[in-house]
Write a protein that binds this ligand. Structure first.
Ligand code: DON
Length: 562
């Protein structure tokens, strides 16, 4: 009897503690926090904050460190976006998206009149003129406080002296060896004479250290002119690529405004074109604001239905309207992010039935989930949300011989064949056709949220087109479903992008009954792998505490802070 009572008590305690402990605890810090996909890089960034640097200083140092320790996506040969919200003053963005070289043209992806996937995505032609170094320098010039050289220095050391290869990086590099074999400098840099690095090995990148030293000493000229530019041009000339020293010298990063929305009283601040990210996130939120998501509950079929329908509509508009604003002068941004427009869209959603995406309309090519995001808040609560990318994992897989860094394959984000939009995933609409000096359309959505004039949340993720929907769900998870930063990152994710007409869900993300209910409404539901790698910081104003959610879907990653 006593034994039985004992077990009942134990069982009750277990149940209680389970209930109490449901959900994960976020990382916590007061002074500042940096979250990235590389522990080492996060630490580099936080050291900058600890020594009195601000969020932009930390972003610069962290981004250069990631170019060494997270070569999958961290880069100096790619591009991206920073959204910066200073503790006081107006938020701004820095656009360092790659551009088409001067000899690029809308038809350059055709071979004998037919679209050629490999040329578009896996060739020297797929490389856009890189923007990262110019972008980091512009942000630093405008808002940094520490000497440039001091911010580049940690990455030089990491490249020259090496760092310990993690299990995740070892696996990732091993899987890429067949690709690296196409490019001798890539194989030399990322393998031991063709044999894979193992966890615990030290990876040194001497050529990269030299390039970073030129960047530290000369600023952007150390990349866009002189020796580095000459090495890039030489690689291009020898392999049919288009980028010239003139293209490199002409590259300019741009300071832009931000896209602003208001969702249930929270100010949403995100990236404008040439990214579609900010507009799409705000548009979807505006549509969803008219539904009581809180009452529906996280993960309910009803809420997934509403969310998927809102996503479907935003992605259709993305394909129709969005491209580089310096080329496409008529993008109707105010309309797309207006509450009235969202109200109209909401009225077209049947609460019980899936809409159908028109099959003769837009569809999208696939993208690999390899980009990387940094969320940073400093002691004064300045915040940086930065996403940058090489496009595919390891970009074009081409290491510039003698310069030690990977080139992007971002030209693949331009539309493939003018006028050809079809079921197989081609899109040929005008706003995103390839042109010299033009930025290819992105989905990156570095986002910052404020409430009552104070910082509330920093969020962003990699993941190609799923970026928009992953960022969106981290926002819904915190604002509507009351999750903490870690719970918001951990929760299962879903995706709809108009065409192909289906809801993608993460494996183990939602229950079998939920999927059945969605199917009964007419949705096609497809289970897939991980969606994104979000890095989220929520600022708990009451306790003056930064709470971080680190995405454990990818192998590495971590929050640094104190
Ligand atoms: O700019 C874009 O939207 C894509 N090039 C991003 C690619 C990406 O996120 C791949 N992986 N995560």
């Amino acid at each position: 009897m006593i034994r039985r009572a004992f077990f009942i008590v134990i069982a009750a305690l277990a149940l209680t503690s389970l209930t109490v402990q449901a959900g994960s605890t976020p990382a916590r810090a007061k002074l500042g926090m940096v979250i990235t996909q590389s522990d080492i890089a996060s630490q580099v960034g936080f050291e900058v904050i600890k020594s009195g640097g601000n969020a932009i200083d930390a972003a610069v140092a962290t981004a250069f460190a990631l170019a060494v320790t997270h070569p999958t996506a961290g880069n100096i040969g790619g591009g991206g976006f920073i959204v910066f919200r200073p503790a006081s003053g107006e938020p701004v963005s820095y656009d360092f998206r790659e551009v088409g070289p001067s000899r690029a043209s809308p038809e350059m992806w055709l071979k004998d009149g037919k679209y050629d996937f490999d040329t578009h995505h896996n060739s020297h032609l797929s490389v856009g003129v890189p923007g990262t170094v110019a972008g980091l320098h512009l942000a630093w010039k405008e808002a940094g406080s520490k000497p440039w050289t001091a911010l580049v220095a940690p990455s030089i050391k990491l490249a020259r002296d090496g760092f310990e290869v993690s299990h995740g990086l070892a696996r990732s590099l091993a899987s890429m060896i067949p690709e690296f074999k196409k490019y001798p400098a890539s194989l030399v840099q990322f393998s031991k004479n063709g044999q894979p690095y193992e966890a615990g090995d030290i990876l040194k990148q001497a050529d990269l250290a030299k390039t970073l030293t030129r960047i530290a000493d000369q600023g952007p000229a150390g990349f866009y002119q002189g020796e580095t530019a000459a090495l890039i041009e030489k690689e291009m000339k020898a392999n049919g690529g288009l980028i010239t020293a003139g293209d490199l010298k002409a590259y300019e990063a741009k300071k832009r405004g931000v896209v602003k929305g208001v969702y249930r009283g929270y100010d949403i601040i995100s990236m404008p074109p040439p990214s579609s990210g900010g507009i799409a996130v705000v548009q979807i939120l505006n549509v969803l604001e008219g539904f009581d998501l809180k009452a529906g509950g996280y993960g309910s079929a009803q809420n997934i239905h509403y969310t998927a329908e809102a996503m479907r509509r935003a992605f259709a508009d993305r394909a129709r309207y969005l491209g580089d604003p310096d080329f496409e002068k008529d993008i109707p941004i105010p309309m797309l992010i207006s509450k009235d427009y969202a109200t109209g869209l909401r009225k077209t959603i049947d609460p019980k039935k899936a809409s159908k995406s028109a099959t003769n309309s837009f569809t999208w090519t696939s993208e690999s989930p390899e980009t990387t995001h940094l969320s940073i808040v400093d002691a004064k609560r300045n915040a940086v949300s930065m996403t940058y990318t090489l496009e595919y994992g390891y970009g074009s897989r081409i290491v510039v011989p003698g310069a030690g860094f990977l080139l992007n394959n971002e030209m693949g984000d331009f539309n493939g064949q003018p006028g050809l939009t079809d079921e197989r995933g081609m899109i040929g609409t005008n706003p995103n056709l390839t042109r010299p000096g033009k930025r290819m359309l992105s989905s990156m959505a570095p986002t910052i949220i404020a409430k009552d004039g104070q910082l509330f949340m920093v969020t962003g993720t990699p993941g190609g087109r799923t970026i928009i929907n992953t960022v969106l769900t981290t926002i819904l998870n915190v604002i509507d479903y009351g999750m903490n930063a870690q719970e918001a990152v951990d929760a299962g994710r879903m995706h709809h992008q108009w065409l192909p007409d289906r809801i993608g869900i993460e494996r183990f993300g939602f229950s079998a009954d939920t999927i059945k209910l969605l199917q009964a409404m007419g949705h096609t539901v497809q289970e897939g792998g991980n969606q994104g790698a979000a890095q989220v910081i929520v600022f708990n104003q009451k306790d003056n505490m930064l709470e971080g959610g680190v995405d454990r879907r990818p192998a590495d990653g971590g929050a640094a802070g104190k």
